[in-house]
Design a protein around this ligand. Structure first.
Ligand code: NAD
Length: 479
């Protein structure tokens, strides 16, 4: 994108009606440059404010967000077509500011430490990357635009966010709340546009946090590598669940149903494939299908039912292709199984499939929908091999007696593994009491969003080493 690249109005489809009922003018390349220049200039003062003052500014902003909640929630609901998750998304802002403030107070505290050499004392120091660029996806548009921005701001960075062009409505009311806190408005900026603007942001920032597909993540990481700036990528997944002999069936079916269909399965950490010990397989499938049939679509209003529309029409095509491929290769459908059209929107009911295998796209490619393909296994080794037979390695779940489940979890190439539950890690974003986790394989590269590293990663580290000796150092030239 050069300064002369023409930008044209972007039309946005409403996921509940299928009608393009919102349009916006993208940020121009020249505007992005000006924003980056201003953010860079303001960052030094932001850092100099100190941690407690930055916490106070962000806390004031949370009050403004709360005051504007009706408008922000309405916009996120229009963006995604779903209501309950929109409430969760806005609730995350205050929760994350509180949590990361607590993490920052401990993780960024600098105490001198004696070293192995009694004369030398070590001081740690943190130098935040001046400008963080955030590029985020459409599936949780508000939360995922802020998940890296909040700890980065607390660490002392300025942040420019390029959210998905698929779900841009929330930006206007959110930016209005930021404008009410002038100190924050200097260092927290949203720009709007398509992928080309994301690529332009990579050229302006000192560090990138990208959340989105593996295909785009590869491009962004390559561009960042050429600029020699750090790039954290949180990418796609194909999370497995393993149900071992001795698992509590009722618990496993309820947890997996939620973990696979929450937000209509449009979560990177959705359970997307299920391996069940053969002794439990038939009962598991019957129970899961019965529970799946009881979960209703969010119709006629966004607040009704639990399963919202498919937000992004091209994703509905992928889900439809996975279902067609599975059926053609002999999969049995126990519930759902179709892309449905209601009021112009595209929908998919919780879908349980059996008689599936790894020749089917539904077991190997990211579906990003409420699909629950179930496959039987005979031995633990086979379950581990099948779960690891994926280019992805984001997260997963294991059900069974705790010791056996932990032993299996330790053999899985996954970053966050829930035992006897599903999708636990996201509840602990920004929580210093939880172990750190990273993605494996094509699910991303970079630091943890849990634990102390979730804030330390936004700073370069300095080692300040003081020699308090009054004598010549033994390693000096004898001169
Ligand atoms: P996407 O990769 O299509 O787009 C993500 C963002 O990248 C958008 O803002 C887009 O405009 C921008 N973009 C596109 N091309 C670009 C380029 N060349 N340079 C810079 N930016 C560019 O992803 P999506 O369809 O919006 O999101 C769905 C994907 O995100 C799924 O694969 C899902 O698993 C993944 N995801 C991962 C996590 C995680 O934490 N691991 C969380 C949520 C979603």
């Amino acid at each position: 994108m050069t300064l002369d690249t023409p930008v044209t109005t972007i039309e946005v489809r409403n996921p509940r009606t299928g009608v393009a009922d919102y349009r916006f003018e993208p940020t121009t390349p020249a505007e992005l440059k000006d924003i980056a220049r201003a953010a860079r200039a303001a960052q030094a003062d932001w850092q100099a404010l100190g941690l407690e003052a930055r916490i106070a500014v962000l806390t004031r902003w949370v009050e403004k967000v709360d005051a504007a909640a009706p408008e922000i929630v309405a916009a996120v609901t229009a963006d995604t077509g779903r209501h309950a998750e929109s409430l969760r998304e806005i609730g995350n802002i205050g929760k994350w500011v509180d949590r990361w403030s607590a993490v920052a107070r401990t993780a960024l505290t600098l105490e001198p430490t004696p070293t192995a050499n009694p004369d030398i004392h070590s001081f740690a120091d943190y130098a935040p990357y001046p400008v963080l660029g955030v590029i985020s996806p459409w599936n949780f548009p508000l939360s995922l635009s802020l998940m890296d921005a909040i700890p980065a701001l607390l660490a002392g960075c300025a942040v420019i966010i390029k959210p998905s062009e698929v779900t841009p409505r929330f930006v206007e009311p959110l930016v209005a709340s930021i404008a009410e806190v002038p100190e924050l408005a200097q260092v927290l900026h949203y720009v709007r546009g398509a992928g080309v603007l994301g690529a332009a942001l990579v050229d302006e920032a000192d560090m990138i946090c990208f959340t989105g597909s593996t295909a785009t993540g590869r491009k962004v990481a390559s561009q960042a590598a050429a600029r020699f700036i750090p790039c954290f990528t949180e990418l796609g997944g194909k999370d497995p669940a393993i149900v071992l002999e001795g698992a509590d069936l009722d618990r496993a079916t309820s947890a997996i149903l939620t973990g696979a269909t929450l937000a209509t399965g449009q979560q990177c950490y959705s359970i997307e494939r299920i391996y069940v010990h053969r002794s439990l397989h038939d009962a598991f499938v019957a129970q899961l299908a019965e529970k799946a049939r009881a979960v209703k679509l969010a119709l006629p209003e966004p607040g009704d039912g639990r399963i919202g529309p498919l937000t992004f029409a091209p994703q509905a095509e992928i889900i439809g292709r996975h279902l067609e491929d599975a059926r053609a290769k002999g999969a049995e459908v126990h519930s759902g199984g179709e892309i449905e059209t209601h009021g112009g929107g595209l929908w998919c009911a919780p879908t349980v499939l059996s008689n599936v295998d790894h020749d089917m796209a539904v077991m190997t490619e990211e579906s990003f929908g409420p699909l629950m393909p179930v496959m039987a296994f005979d031995t633990v080794d086979e379950a581990v091999r099948l779960a690891n037979d994926s280019p992805y390695g984001l997260s997963g779940a294991v059900f069974g007696p705790e010791e056996a489940a932990l032993a299996v979890a330790r053999r899985l190439d996954l970053g966050g593994i829930s035992i006897n539950d599903a999708g636990l890690a996201p509840f602990f974003i920004g929580d210093a009491t939880v172990a750190e986790k990273t993605a494996f394989k094509s699910s991303g590269l970079g630091g943890s969003r849990l634990g102390p590293d979730s804030i330390k990663r936004f700073s370069r580290r300095k080692a300040l080493l003081v020699n308090r000796s009054t004598q010549k150092s033994p390693w000096w030239f004898d001169a």
